[in-house]
Design a protein around this ligand. Structure first.
Ligand SMILES: Cc1cc2nc3c(=O)[nH]c(=O)nc-3n(C[C@H](O)[C@H](O)[C@H](O)COP(=O)(O)OP(=O)(O)OC[C@H]3O[C@@H](n4cnc5c(N)ncnc54)[C@H](O)[C@@H]3O)c2cc1C
Length: 423
């Protein structure tokens, strides 16, 4: 480890590693380090919630994305197991929990997000709650569910649904507890939530809505959870052997804010992923960047976006001035549903409205996010075949004009809007 690097990247995930790769394409010599608090080189976070990880005992060949030799071959110092606790933007240096200080010329913050902890449990009980965000946690889950049958999943968003699907495929009995009346409320409307709820039920998962865990029973191992219904006050003791919480994520930004870097729910950047402080960029899940397409700051949390961010941040760190203008999407097949996300999928926002396309009854449904008469994002159930049309409509900034009503009808061909007259 040097005491000063020309390029210093905090976060060894896909955003940070792609940025390092991009820097090395152009600057072969400048000293470069990737520093991260996990003990691992780049791995696929995506695979942690997929059956192959558990079926292959935590070692599928899709897990690690770089071999250990890649780092020295490219003149990159990989500093694992180091946590940044302070940043001095005046002296251009970071301080680590280990007591070390490292200086930088150019700094990238690609620190991702952290899972929200389950509130209101005694410390001894909280220790038994599992989370699925990193490789070590996935290995703990793997060990914990081996030979145990009943898993209680708390939460109703992306990771919780992935877990329900995964555990069902692993032949576990699954209980789902959500504090809201319906699933994935932050992103989905009632119709989309209903698809999720029905799919969970169809897959034999027991559901407790409007409920939260008050207490767990069992000392070193969980034997049951006491659940209280928020509406009725009724308390139920649910036997279970494992509790996994997936109740959203947050960016841990204390030291970033203290350094004077502008933050909101993420680290604020312009369209070049540059923060308000000279020589500091942010990329990936932690970046709340100015999106040229929707014309506002957005924060996404998907693999493609993080990788694409890494590339742009990397080239800008070597002196280019590239803007990020990309519509990312991803699709996942869960519980018999094809769930897709494209562009800006947040529900709230000034001047933004949601237009429904399709219906529950037709088994295919999309919520199109529209701003200024243009589609800027969508969530879709069983409509993955329309992803590419929607990406084109977003990227080409096609005005919906008189078609705003027609796009509600799933028989109306979205591709027809891409014709020359509409551009
Ligand atoms: C279980 C799971 C399944 C997923 N499945 C999908 C999927 O199917 N499709 C999809 O598109 N996306 C999926 N995602 C999301 C996707 O994995 C993320 O969007 C992506 O990995 C984010 O990459 P990143 O480089 O921005 O951040 P991260 O990969 O989170 O990397 C950030 C790194 O910085 C480290 N760090 C944070 N703070 C500090 C500090 N102070 N000091 C040192 N290091 C620090 C973190 O520990 C972490 O290692 C999934 C996520 C999870 C957790």
């Amino acid at each position: 480890m040097l005491t000063h690097y020309k390029y210093l990247i905090i976060g060894s995930g896909i955003a940070g590693t792609t940025a390092a790769d991009a820097i090395r394409q152009h600057d072969k010599k400048g000293t470069l380090a990737i520093l991260g608090n996990e003990p691992h080189r780049l791995y696929s976070r995506i695979v942690l919630s997929k059956p192959e990880f558990y079926e292959k005992s935590g070692a599928p060949n899709t897990l690690f994305l770089k071999d250990l030799g890649w780092y020295p071959r490219n003149g990159i110092d990989l500093l694992c197991g180091e946590t940044v606790i302070g940043l001095d933007v005046g002296d251009n240096r970071i301080s680590l929990a280990s007591g070390k200080i490292i200086g930088y010329e150019k700094l990238l913050l690609s620190i991702g997000v952290q899972p929200n902890p389950l509130p209101d449990l005694e410390p001894a009980e909280a220790r038994n709650i599992l989370y699925l965000h990193n490789l070590d946690q996935a290995n703990t889950i793997l060990e914990n569910i081996r030979g145990r049958e009943t898993v209680l999943v708390v939460g109703g968003g992306f990771i919780a649904i992935e877990l329900c699907d995964l555990l069902t495929k692993l032949d576990k009995k699954v209980i789902s507890v959500i504090s809201s009346p319906r699933y994935w409320r932050s992103t989905f409307d009632e119709t989309s939530s209903r698809f999720i709820k029905d799919a969970l039920t169809r897959n034999g998962i027991t559901i407790h809505t409007d409920s939260f865990i008050m207490q767990t029973k069992g000392k070193s191992k969980i034997e049951a959870a006491i659940i209280r219904n928020k509406q009725t006050g009724e308390e139920t003791t649910v036997p279970c052997t494992t509790v996994i919480a997936a109740i959203g994520t947050h960016c841990a930004l204390d030291w970033v804010k203290e350094a004077g870097i502008d933050c909101n729910i993420g680290i604020l950047t312009d369209e070049r992923l540059k923060t308000n402080v000279p020589n500091i960029w942010a990329a990936g899940d932690c970046a709340e960047y100015f999106d040229l397409i929707s014309g506002r700051h957005i924060k996404l949390a998907n693999w493609t976006n993080s990788r694409a961010h890494g590339k742009i941040a990397g080239v800008n760190m070597i002196g280019e001035s590239s803007s990020y203008r990309k519509t990312t999407f991803y699709s996942t097949e869960k519980l018999g549903l094809a769930i897709s996300f494209v562009g800006d999928t947040s529900r709230l926002g000034k001047d933004k409205r949601t237009i429904s396309r399709g219906s529950y009854e037709s088994h295919a449904y999309a919520e199109l996010r529209v701003r200024g008469g243009r589609i800027i994002g969508a969530t879709m159930i069983n409509m993955a075949n329309e992803l590419s049309s929607i990406v084109s409509l977003i990227e080409n900034e096609i005005p919906m004009g008189k078609h705003l009503k027609e796009i509600r009808d799933p028989h109306f061909d979205l591709k027809s809007l891409l014709t020359h007259e509409n551009k």
